[in-house]
Every structure is written in structure tokens, then in C-alpha cells.
Design a protein around this ligand. Structure first.
Ligand code: ADP
Ligand code: 5GP
Length: 184
């Protein structure tokens, strides 16, 4: 049985990474596609686990070799989903999680019309800012650029299949899993 692509997008700081980690921990039918990025690692990020950290040259070479199912620019860096991993795991029947931004999500929907597109929302914009500041991984100017980007990203919401408000984490993870299991 062919697996399914599950795309998780949302504004920076909304809790996508946290939700994805919980799905992987709590259930055994998921696998996560580890993206390539040209961004610098944050403190604590491990190469090959959080991202495959990649030079601009290598990223461009992979674009030329058709090594990505999608890629996009985001606030000064490039991010891409490796093709091999996705294809192999879909063939194994896995639910493959892609935690990617909106331009990439739309490309996925074009290539894989069966993909399920989830948009994670914060309970409020104020809480979004609070989470970004509290995470403490970006300096203030980058946080402002990410919040600015969030305002632009609102217009992509209409292309998504399902909206999920990440208020109470436990409830949110359970609700999402049941939605995916129900065939969406
Ligand atoms: P994203 O991957 O969307 O950028 P993260 O998963 O890194 O976001 O979450 C941003 C911050 O918000 C982290 O510090 C995380 O611990 C916190 N967070 C995530 N979900 C919740 C929640 N439901 N309630 C409160 N804080 C949350
Ligand atoms: P961050 O720098 O916070 O890790 O990620 C920035 C944004 O890039 C997030 O919205 C994240 O979902 C997105 N992203 C991560 N990997 C990919 C990818 O492979 N493709 C695309 N299009 N976006 C990605």
C-alpha cells in the first residue's frame, strides 16, 4: 500500500516542530523527512537529525540533479525536501511528515494531489510573538522578519485542507492524529 504525504505548515513559532516530534514519539506510523537547508545550525541542532546543513553550492547542485521534491527560499535561506527519502518511504506505506513552508506545500499538492495539507495556527498573534521570544533561538531582528513573513503567509491559508489551533498541545496532537487516521 502506498503511503501518504502529510504536510505541516504554519507561522514560525506556532509549534510545528513540537507537534511533529510528539507525533513521532507517540505513534509508530509516521516518519519525518529531514530537509536540507543553507541556514546556520541553531544551538543544539544536529546535522542529519534536525536538518542536513548544506552549502549554497551543494544545494544548487542538488537542484540541478533533480534531488528535491520541492524547495523554497525563506527569510534569507533555502530549504528543500530530499526526493529519495520521500519516495522510498511512500513505497513502504508510511505517513511521511513534511514540516515545510507554504510555497513548498503548494508545490507538493501539485505533484502529489493526494497529500494532506495542515495549517497550524497559534491561539493569537500575541502568543505567537511570545513563543518566538521565549524559544530564544533568533535575535530580535530575525523574529520581526519572521512575524512580518507570517502576515504575508496568511494569504496561503485558503489552499490548505485542515486548520489546527495549537493551544493545548496534548489535545492538539491527539486531534491531529485522529484526523489523519480517519483518512482525512
Ligand atoms: P515552529 O516549529 O512552528 O517554529 P516550535 O515547535 O519551535 O515552533 O515552537 C515554538 C515555541 O513554542 C517553543 O519554545 C515551544 O516549546 C513552544 N510551544 C509549542 N507548542 C506550544 C503550546 N501548545 N503551548 C505553549 N508553548 C508551545
Ligand atoms: P526554521 O529556520 O525555523 O527551521 O524553518 C523556517 C521555515 O522553513 C519553516 O516554515 C519550516 O517549516 C520551513 N522549512 C523547513 N524545511 C523545509 C523544506 O524542506 N522545504 C520548504 N519549502 N520549507 C521548509
Amino acid at each position: 500500500m502506498q503511503g501518504r504525504l502529510i504536510v505541516i505548515s504554519g507561522f514560525s513559532g506556532t509549534g510545528k516542530g513540537t507537534i511533529v516530534q510528539r507525533l513521532l514519539q507517540d505513534y509508530d506510523n509516521y516518519c519525518l523527512s529531514v530537509s536540507r537547508t543553507t541556514r546556520q545550525p541553531r544551538e543544539g541542532e544536529v546535522d542529519g537529525v534536525h536538518y542536513i546543513f548544506t552549502t549554497d553550492e551543494e544545494f544548487n547542485r542538488l537542484i540541478d540533479e533533480d534531488g528535491f521534491v520541492e524547495y523554497a527560499g525563506y527569510v534569507g535561506n533555502y530549504y528543500g525536501t530530499p526526493k529519495d527519502f520521500v519516495e522510498e518511504n511512500l513505497q513502504k506505506g508510511k505517513s511521511v511528515l513534511l514540516e515545510i513552508e507554504m510555497q513548498g506545500a503548494l508545490k507538493i499538492k501539485e505533484k502529489y494531489p493526494d497529500a494532506f495539507l495542515i495549517f497550524v495556527l497559534p491561539p493569537s498573534f500575541k502568543e505567537l510573538r511570545r513563543r518566538l521570544v521565549e524559544r530564544g533561538t533568533e535575535e530580535q531582528s530575525v523574529i520581526e522578519r519572521r512575524l512580518e513573513r507570517a502576515r504575508e503567509e496568511i494569504r496561503y491559508m485558503e489552499y490548505y485542507d485542515y486548520y489546527l489551533v495549537n493551544d493545548d498541545l496534548e489535545e492538539c496532537v491527539k486531534k491531529l492524529h485522529h484526523k489523519i487516521m480517519s483518512g482525512c
